[in-house]
Design a protein around this ligand. Structure first.
Ligand code: SF4
Ligand code: SF4
Length: 74
């Protein structure tokens, strides 16, 4: 997988109608760009994921979703 730069530009794209308008997004957390920065510090519930509509997701050929959530413990 290509590495995606942790930049303000990419954060802004994430916050322009992608993570920011997703029903699962941790509101008022200031977090984002989870596909690069890793999951939220908050416990979250799956309420849908907007990543597949995000230009970063599409342009980088990502395939995952719910990057804001920590992987479930087995
Ligand atoms: S990573 Fe997916 S589920 Fe999480 S806030 Fe962003 S769009 Fe929503
Ligand atoms: S792929 Fe998901 S987490 Fe990554 S920038 Fe886009 S909306 Fe945000």
């Amino acid at each position: 997988m290509k590495s995606i730069e942790d930049s303000q530009h990419h954060f802004d794209i994430c916050m322009q109608g992608n993570c920011s308008s997703c029903p699962s997004y941790p509101q008022d957390s200031g977090e984002g760009l989870f596909c690069v920065r890793g999951p939220s510090q908050r416990p979250l519930q799956k309420r849908g994921c907007s990543c597949p509509e995000c230009p970063i997701w599409i342009e980088n050929g990502l395939s995952g979703m719910y990057y804001c959530m920590k992987p479930a413990k087995k």
